[in-house]
Each structure stands twice: as structure tokens, then as C-alpha cells.
Design a protein around this ligand. Structure first.
Ligand code: PMP
Length: 418
């Protein structure tokens, strides 16, 4: 195979030839259950016929309009459709192409709107690789190492990690919120703090759902101090967690919501959403980008939202997520090396830990590689790389979940025996 770059780190050995639903096929037509979904992107599965049709139609009509130059109909329709599923009041949108760009856009908006500089992010959080987003990211050393100096004005507060700290969720939430209060008294005073940015489920940091009381505590502090709450729903949005947005599990709403990944089933599209008053504070010309809001991506997003609604993919994510976590817990019960199985909906992680309680990245890596040999594509995550995560398309069926659990069971048995 031609090598793209010596720095390329490819998580699986697969050279994909085509995708169909939950399956990927390599060039020898070997079939894989794709529980990576392009890192949580192919929400409606690979090449869903309705998404394909919408994109094909759009390609022949208008590929690119550049909406800060000329508006096009698909983007207006998408804004209206997103308005139906976004939290009440968050009906103004700005479109870009990737999660990182949308994170940058949210920081620009928060700084403009508040006139304050500092952003609070969380330990283990991941917000992207562009320089601003990387400055908010601590999920592993790889994103930040050697690229400094980083964007200033970022303070980090702890994210509740009950399993890793061997404590209860309640105690972790108390500790995390107390440390946040301390941070607001010492490091970044409220009058200098523009925003708190949080993932409803810590993603790259290890698939750890934010406890509802923690998110409620953030909302409370944001309200008290006039700080904006940004929900980074790049990975958790569009049904992934069994609710349309991940923050819904906590019953709170953000001031700015970031969506990307699952929004357009694989076409590059992301957006920030905010209320009209807040969005009007973006300085003219400060947001945008040449390819943002591309017409084909917007058409694919419209079809994606239709499929999510018509096939009840949010409900399916909740139902199949429950089936999957039950299956994974049975595998973990047979193999103590998997110390924790957790997540929400179809965003589930298996944390590998030694008998002494240390991260066991070696066994996780063997299980991950063995799973690919068994026909199940997976990803790892977590600061130590010891969490094997599962993030299948939202169309996954009960039979495919059972097939994946069977592959996983064989893979873990092989990893433990090696
Ligand atoms: N935020 C979150 C929560 C993410 O999971 C990711 C990607 N894994 C990003 C931002 C960055 O998105 P992108 O890779 O599209 O720039």
C-alpha cells in the first residue's frame, strides 16, 4: 500500500473499498462491522440511500454557494429544520466544516459577546486540533505536545471521574464543583471568564458521561456569573447518546451548542447554534470560511435529519445502546481486565485495568486488534489509550449488536490469553 505520510497512525489495518449501512468492505470484499462510524460520523450508516440521493441531486444543481457571499436554499432549509430539534431559543446558526472550526467559532462568539477573555475547559476534554481548540484540549499529550505556545486565557477544572478515582459519583461531582468554585476565585475571576466549554460525555478522554448534577452545577455557576455555557456536542449530538443532544440527559440547556460529526452522515459540516441576541454580538465578518455551509453537505444534513426522524434513530440509539451495554457487561464479567463499561446510548467504552487498578493499554490494544481480525472495527481512547470504544451507526440492529458482542467476546478472550 502507498504510504501517505510517515506520521500517519492508522487505528485499523483496513483499506476500505465501500460502505453499506453498518458494514465496511475492504478491497478483497471482506466485510467488517464498522463500530467506528468514521469516528461517530456516519450516523445513518454508510451510504444511506436517502442521503446519497439528496447529495447526488444537489451535486447536479449547485455544489457551492459560499453563504457569506450568496445564500442558498438548502442552508435556509437546514437552519429551519435544525431549529425544530435545537433547544428552544437556540435558533441562530453559523456553519463551518469541522468540529475544531466550530469550537473556534464558539470561542470567538463568547469573547465578542461578553468582552471577557478566559475560557474554562475540563481535564481530559477534547475539542480539536486547530490551535485554539488544541489549547482547550487535554485528553492526551499528543494534541498539545511540542506545538506551544498555546492560546492563552484557558483554565482547566476537573471533570468527575468516579471510576478512575475509586470514589462515588456524588463525591466526584462535589469535588469537581468545589474545585471549579476555587478556580473562579483564584485563577480566572468571573468578570474575566467568557465561557465554560464542556462535553456532555467526555469523548476522546475516555467515554465518561457527565453526571447530570455536574452539568446542572455548571449551568448554575454560568447563570450566577454571566458566563456562557458551551456544550461541545460534536460527538454527542444528533441522537448518539439516545437523546437528540447529550446535554438533555441533565435537563439543562447551553447558551451555545456545537454540532458536527453525525450531522451530515459523512459530509463535512458543523455549526454553532445560539440565541438571536447572543449571535447578534458576533462581530460582522468574524465568523465564516470559504467552504462552510457547503450546499451538498447541507443537502446531506437535511436528508440525515429526515432519516433520524423517520427511522426513529434516537430511539434506536437508546434501545440498541442498552442491548450493547448489557452484552459488554457480560463480557466484562468474564474478564476482570475490563474494569468498567460505561457510556450513554451508542457511545460506549470498555476500560482496561490491571489487577492493581492501573491503566492496561497493552491488553486494550490487543483486544482492539483481535476485534478487527474477528471482523469488528473499533477505536481506542482515553488519556492512556486503555479504553476501547464502540460508536456504531445509529441504524444498528439488535442482530448486529449481538454479532458485535460475540466478536468482542472472542477478541477479549484472545487478548487475555496472549
Ligand atoms: N470536539 C469533540 C467533542 C470531538 O469529539 C471532536 C473530534 N473527535 C472535535 C471537537 C474535533 O472535531 P474535528 O476532528 O471535526 O475537528
Amino acid at each position: 500500500m502507498t504510504e501517505l505520510s510517515p506520521a500517519l497512525k492508522q487505528a485499523t489495518p483496513v483499506l476500505a473499498a465501500r460502505g453499506e449501512g453498518v458494514y465496511l468492505f475492504d478491497e478483497d470484499d471482506r466485510r467488517y462491522l464498522d463500530f467506528t462510524a468514521g469516528i461517530g460520523v456516519t450516523s445513518t450508516g454508510h451510504c444511506h440511500p436517502r442521503v446519497v440521493e439528496a447529495a447526488q441531486n444537489q451535486v447536479g444543481t449547485l455544489i457551492h454557494g459560499q453563504y457569506t457571499t450568496v445564500m442558498h436554499r438548502r442552508l435556509l432549509e437546514l437552519t429551519e429544520r435544525l431549529g425544530e430539534v435545537l433547544p428552544t431559543g437556540l435558533d441562530r446558526l453559523f456553519y463551518v466544516n469541522s468540529g475544531s472550526e466550530a469550537v473556534e467559532a464558539s470561542v470567538r462568539l463568547a469573547r465578542h459577546a461578553t468582552g471577557r477573555q478566559n475560557i474554562i475547559a475540563f481535564s481530559g476534554g477534547f475539542h480539536g486540533r486547530t490551535m485554539g481548540a488544541a489549547a482547550l484540549t487535554t485528553s492526551g499529550v499528543k494534541v498539545r505536545a511540542g506545538i506551544g505556545p498555546m492560546m492563552p486565557g484557558v483554565a482547566f477544572a476537573p471533570f468527575p471521574e468516579a471510576y478512575r478515582h475509586g470514589t462515588t459519583e456524588a463525591a466526584e461531582v462535589d469535588r469537581a464543583l468545589a474545585e471549579l468554585d476555587q478556580l473562579l476565585m483564584t485563577t480566572t475571576s468571573p468578570k474575566d471568564t467568557a465561557a465554560i466549554i464542556v462535553e456532555p460525555v467526555l469523548g476522546e478522554g475516555g467515554y465518561i458521561p457527565a453526571p447530570p448534577r455536574f452539568l446542572a452545577g455548571l449551568r448554575e455557576r454560568a447563570d450566577k456569573h454571566g458566563i456562557l455555557l458551551i456544550a461541545d456536542e460534536v460527538q454527542t449530538g444528533v441522537g448518539r447518546t439516545g437523546a437528540f443532544w447529550g446535554h438533555e440527559h441533565a435537563g439543562i440547556g447551553p447558551d451555545i451548542l456545537i454540532t458536527a460529526k453525525g450531522l451530515a452522515s459523512g459530509f463535512p459540516l458543523s455549526a454553532i447554534a445560539a440565541g438571536e441576541e447572543l449571535m447578534s454580538k458576533a462581530w460582522p465578518g468574524s465568523q465564516g470560511g470559504t467552504y462552510g455551509g457547503n450546499a451538498v453537505a447541507a443537502a446531506a444534513a437535511l436528508a440525515t435529519l429526515d432519516v433520524v426522524r423517520d427511522e426513529d434513530l434516537v430511539g434506536n440509539a437508546a434501545e440498541q445502546g442498552q442491548r450493547l451495554i448489557e452484552g459488554l457487561r457480560k463480557v466484562a464479567a468474564e474478564h476482570p481486565v475490563i474494569g468498567d463499561v460505561r457510556g450513554l446510548g451508542l457511545m460506549l467504552g470498555n476500560e482496561f485495568t490491571t489487577s492493581e487498578g492501573a491503566p492496561d493499554a497493552a491488553t486494550a490494544a490487543r483486544a482492539h486488534a483481535a476485534a478487527a481480525e474477528e471482523g469488528l472495527l473499533l477505536l481506542t481512547c482515553g488519556p492512556h489509550g486503555n479504553v476501547v470504544r464502540m460508536i456504531p451507526p445509529l441504524i444498528v440492529t439488535a442482530a448486529q449488536v449481538d454479532e458485535a458482542v460475540a466478536c468482542w467476546s472472542r477478541a477479549v478472550a484472545r487478548a487475555v490469553a496472549d
